[in-house]
Design a protein. Structure first.
Length: 342
């Protein structure tokens, strides 16, 4: 794989075995493609204007650990409206043609040399041009969160919300392109000895490149140290106490006692290094725990039970805060989780 191929997604897909050796759909119709792709991604609506001479549908897929690499050619103009992405990000790199993405009031169009990270936890729809062929990376959000948590040496990390537009050909994205190139080359022999061991550092590079080179809601905090292992010891001690006792009542007095020092020093440390007051941080982490429970725990019977377990006594206020934080109500999260498991 040459450096030029890493920059050019067309060469990248041609020079690797991603397309030829990892076929998911070959020549089938759109209904077949939608059904098979839904098993890997999410349920979605797929439609196409009438096209007299469409190309055969081609979809290839190669999974690693945190990342899956996919190639799509629907052979015609298509409109795609997926269910909400809760478990993963999708990074779309046009190989040929263009794609437009609309999410709420935001609409972007991208072509070769650019890319987009489709928004997790928000609804969107896409339109692909008739000549569009796309390299798509499915990136596990939970593994991104765990990767960030290891970097911060903290269990309290949250998944970043990335800016949709990504400048694929920009110099600062060279590590990202290189990582994708390595994964694409590995797709040629997915069962070869050492496949997972060789892929692991490339996946780590890809996650780091997105965290530190692609703008997100965490970029400023990562850049100025508010999300850093370099935070004061009193903040670290308070965070450890919070994460260990989220299902118990927590007061500011408890945090001051756990952290040591004065209340003023604790408030200043959280403001400077976390961008929140201590009790706001507690509430943020409880909201995250409820969300993980609703999404991952099949035994959850109701939203109220999950909220009460993590210390939320005022359910109306909880629901409002949850919707503000995640862009959907807790009932919607639970409903979608049940649908995925059914």
């Amino acid at each position: 794989m040459t450096l030029d191929a890493q920059l050019d997604p067309l060469q990248l897909t041609r020079q690797s075995g991603l397309v030829s050796r990892n076929v998911l759909v070959d020549g089938g119709d759109l209904d077949e493609a939608r059904e098979r792709v839904s098993r890997i991604f999410v349920e979605h609506r797929l439609s196409a204007p009438a096209d007299r001479q469409p190309r055969p549908v081609t979809v290839s897929h190669c999974g690693f650990d945190a990342v899956s690499l996919c190639y799509f050619d629907y052979g015609r103009e298509v409109l795609i409206s997926p269910d909400q992405l809760n478990d993963f990000y999708l990074m779309v790199v046009p190989v040929v043609g263009r794609i437009s993405v609309q999410s709420g009031d935001t609409e972007i169009g991208i072509g070769v040399g650019q890319a987009t990270i489709l928004p997790a936890l928000r609804r969107f729809r896409t339109r692909w041009s008739s000549d569009a062929r796309q390299l798509i990376l499915r990136i596990d959000r939970r593994k991104m969160t765990r990767h960030l948590a290891r970097h911060l040496d903290s269990d309290c990390a949250a998944a970043p919300d990335f800016h949709m537009q990504l400048e694929w050909s920009a110099p600062q994205m060279a590590p990202l392109r290189h990582a994708v190139g390595v994964l694409a080359s590995l797709a040629e022999s997915p069962m070869a000895t050492g496949h997972a061991q060789i892929a692991a550092p490339a996946e780590e590079t890809l996650l780091n490149a997105l965290l530190f080179r692609q703008y997100s809601d965490l970029s400023a905090a990562l850049a100025d140290g508010r999300l850093s292992t370099a935070c004061p010891r009193n903040v670290r001690r308070a965070e450890e106490y919070i994460c260990a006792n989220l299902d118990q009542p927590i007061t500011i007095g408890d945090l001051v006692a756990a952290a040591g020092g004065s209340p003023r020093a604790l408030f200043e440390g959280f403001r400077r290094f976390r961008g929140l007051a201590p009790m706001q941080f507690v509430r943020q982490q409880r909201l995250l725990r409820v969300r993980r429970m609703l999404m991952d725990d099949a035994s959850v019977q109701s939203v109220s039970a999950a909220a009460l377990q993590w210390g939320f006594q005022h359910l109306g206020r909880f629901s409002a805060d949850y919707a503000t934080a995640f862009g959907e109500t807790p009932s919607q999260t639970l409903k979608q989780a049940r649908r995925r498991r059914s």
